[in-house]
Design a protein around this ligand. Structure first.
Ligand code: SAM
Length: 287
């Protein structure tokens, strides 16, 4: 009884913490420049945020409302002059898909959705467990988990997103991705397994425009985060350097958990325009 009371108090406290930290966490989302090139103003952003909160509330989801808004911020900041679609691999029941479809509509882009629509494939021995070092947890995986049928996803998109901008690619990534040949400006990989992630990266990285972002939803897992730093893999498979992962091991600090702000999402940038970055000489004097 006391334990349940404490659990409830923590949930309320956490919800309040999230609500009060939104202006900080979403400062870039609400910045005037974000979405400006697409004619997206403050009122549209507020109504988008409400619709996205509703998506994550109504559709069974592995992702959080704040994570969706962080990804929308990235999409709205892609210069309108850069051509390409938005890609999602791993839709489950369509919660993140619905949010990304709204971003696609407002930014005048198409959303390409890849999923088996039958859940995870059989994990091989390296994918049966993944370790989250910072949280002392081990995730386990089994064939068929996280299954959402194409009918369920289509129905959720019709109700909560914009199905008219979506194109569905049904089947295991190994079958559907090799024929995909389109420039893209944003990629979201929520695919759980390292094997699936490798397939997605092999086929999508070459099509991602320079300076654009690729998000993963498994940033806290050692087996996933380490791939983004694995120089040998990137050199062998894609003939490029490992791009690294912002949020490796902890995810972006978006949500309060015991001991730290974390989340499941992290991202990398393809060939970032470092030349435009601010140069800060490290002189030992306070700025
Ligand atoms: C955790 S769920 C995605 C959650 C979703 N993004 C959300 O917001 O609720 C992982 C998804 O990846 C898909 N998946 C993983 N590996 C796959 C593969 N090799 N081929 C096709 N689909 C795969 C599963 O079918 C499942 O829908």
């Amino acid at each position: 009884m006391i334990g349940r009371g404490i659990g409830m108090a923590w949930r309320i406290y956490r919800a309040l913490l999230i609500a009060f930290s939104l202006p900080v966490l979403l400062a870039v989302y609400f910045r005037r420049e974000t979405g400006n090139e697409y004619g997206i103003g403050l009122m549209t952003k507020l109504s988008l945020a409400i619709r996205i909160a509703r998506n994550t509330w109504r559709i069974p989801s592995a992702t959080h409302f704040v994570e969706h808004l962080a990804m929308l911020t990235s999409i709205m900041n892609v210069p309108a002059s850069i051509e390409g679609c938005i890609v999602e691999c791993g839709s489950y029941k369509g919660s993140s898909t619905a949010s990304l479809s709204l971003a696609a509509r407002f930014c005048g882009r198409r959303l390409e959705v890849f999923d088996s629509f039958a859940g995870l494939p059989e994990p091989d021995t390296t994918d049966q467990t993944h370790t989250i070092l910072g949280r002392h947890k081990v995730h386990t995986y089994a064939k068929g988990s996280w299954s959402g049928s194409l009918e369920e996803v289509r129905s959720n998109l019709s109700r909560y997103g914009d199905i008219s901008v979506c194109h569905f690619n049904a089947g295991y990534f190994e079958q559907t991705l090799p024929t995909f040949q389109q420039q893209c400006v944003f990629v979201f990989l929520d695919v759980d397994l390292r094997n699936s992630l490798e397939t997605c990266l092999r086929h999508l990285w070459p099509w991602l425009q320079d300076g654009c972002c690729l998000f993963t939803h498994e940033a806290q897992q050692s087996e996933i985060a380490s791939l983004f730093w694995d120089s040998a893999w990137w050199s062998d498979q894609l003939n490029t350097v490992a791009p690294g992962l912002i949020g490796s091991g902890t995810g972006l600090g978006l949500l309060p958990t015991s001991g730290a702000y974390r989340s499941d999402i992290g991202y990398t940038i393809k060939k970032p325009f470092v030349i435009d970055y601010q140069t800060v000489p490290q002189t030992g004097r306070a700025e």
